[in-house]
Design a protein around this ligand. Structure first.
Ligand code: ZN
Length: 381
């Protein structure tokens, strides 16, 4: 019933405390001041237990790697505040982890985990960003990690009926929009590159899957699966001091280059923005001298989401008549196509009611994206 009826899905989506549409408020500065490092599991939640040749499990490796990573960051960047969701072996709920990161207004969230499988063959590290996945393999990892919820008291009430092992529970995830997807992908790709080129790890690539812990953070967030504890060789490596150093320093190097890029970008961005603004002003003057038919080329649309995978065949997207723009493996979805600002405002309200809480209006002029302010100015002329 639930998945046959789209409006029920909306109700479910709205009622789930769990689903909060991430993003909206983008940070105004790219300076990285605070980073939250989240060692997975802890206390009564051991995480993956590996081959059980050791009495050391995922929770221990995650903590050791996290503390090493934090130490590298603090040594190199004493101005950055490094906050751990846990710094010793205690149990922590999934929502406590995300709430902490949001409360301290972190600029980056890194969750550290280790993989496990039913046979000893799989090996290698993976880096995840939040999103839906059609691949069973990715869904299995997210379901396993989200199952930490089962160890929480009253998890059913707390997550309003969300069941980490039920596929239907994940339907609402497909409506989520992550305002920080591009930045999350940026650091994820850097970590992946460090793993494969410098840390000599078999890299399983950057993937997207609906992990609870990175779904509600209001900042760029990644989840790193450092390797498989169910693979004996990899387990030995992940338990060794040197192995943990390799992993932590690889993530650190990725962080350092991400930081440089973000903070460098800020300067470049301001410069570019100034140049673009000047160009736009010139354009407006130019346009104002042209005839009315060209001025009417301003088109408004409502942007409802950005995703890593095409959503065009998702029934809801079909129903609302969303159209897709695909550039550099990023899929953007729009609804509406009008030169009337009032109509587009109405569409935006509709989309918000339908659950796309971050939906916003975008404007185009002669096929190029412009600000809505510029669009209004163009229409006034
Ligand atoms: Zn884990």
């Amino acid at each position: 019933m639930l998945y046959r009826n789209v409006s029920c899905i909306f109700l479910l989506g709205c009622s789930l405390l769990f689903i909060s549409f991430v993003g909206g408020e983008k940070k105004t500065t790219n300076k990285i001041k605070t980073i939250v490092i989240d060692p997975g599991h802890g206390g009564k939640d051991s995480g993956t237990m590996g081959t059980k040749r050791y009495r050391i499990y995922e929770k221990h490796v995650a903590l050791d790697v996290s503390l090493k990573l934090g130490a590298y960051i603090s040594q190199s960047f004493p101005d950055i505040e490094v906050i751990y969701t846990r710094d010793s072996d205690f149990f922590l709920e999934l929502n406590e982890r995300t709430e902490l990161a949001n409360k301290v207004d972190a600029d980056l969230f890194i969750s550290i985990h280790c993989d496990g499988f039913t046979n000893p063959q799989p090996s290698g590290a993976s880096v995840f960003v939040m999103g839906m996945s059609k691949l069973k393999e990715n869904m299995d990892v997210a379901m396993r990690e989200n199952s930490a919820m089962y160890l929480e008291d009253n998890y059913q009430q707390k997550y309003e009926g969300f069941d980490p092992k039920s596929k239907e529970s994940y339907i609402v995830f497909s409506l989520m929009q992550n305002a920080y997807l591009n930045q999350s992908l940026n650091i994820a790709e850097k970590v992946e590159k460090e793993f494969s080129t410098r840390a000599n790890r078999k890299s399983r690539g950057v993937k997207q899957a609906p992990f609870y812990v990175i779904s509600r953070t209001n900042m760029p967030s990644i989840l790193v699966e450092c390797g498989f504890l169910t693979n004996p060789q990899e387990e030995d490596f992940l338990h060794s001091d040197i192995g943990q150093d390799y992993i932590a320093s690889a993530i650190f190097r990725a962080f350092r280059s991400y930081k440089e890029e973000m903070e460098g970008n800020l300067f470049e961005k301001t410069k570019k923005e100034k140049i673009n603004k000047k160009k736009d002003e010139e354009k407006i003057i130019e346009v104002s001298n042209k005839n009315i038919s060209q001025i009417n080329n301003v088109i408004y649309r409502v942007q409802i989401g950005t995703y890593l995978k095409s959503m065009i065949n998702v029934p809801l997207f079909k129903e609302i008549g969303a159209f897709e723009e695909n550039t550099q493996s990023i899929y953007k979805y729009y609804v509406g196509n009008t030169s009337d600002k009032n109509i587009v405002e109405k569409i935006r309200r509709d989309m918000k009611e339908k659950g796309f809480k971050d939906a916003f209006i975008v404007a185009f002029y002669k096929g190029k994206r412009i600000s809505t302010k510029e669009a209004l100015n163009l229409q006034k002329k």
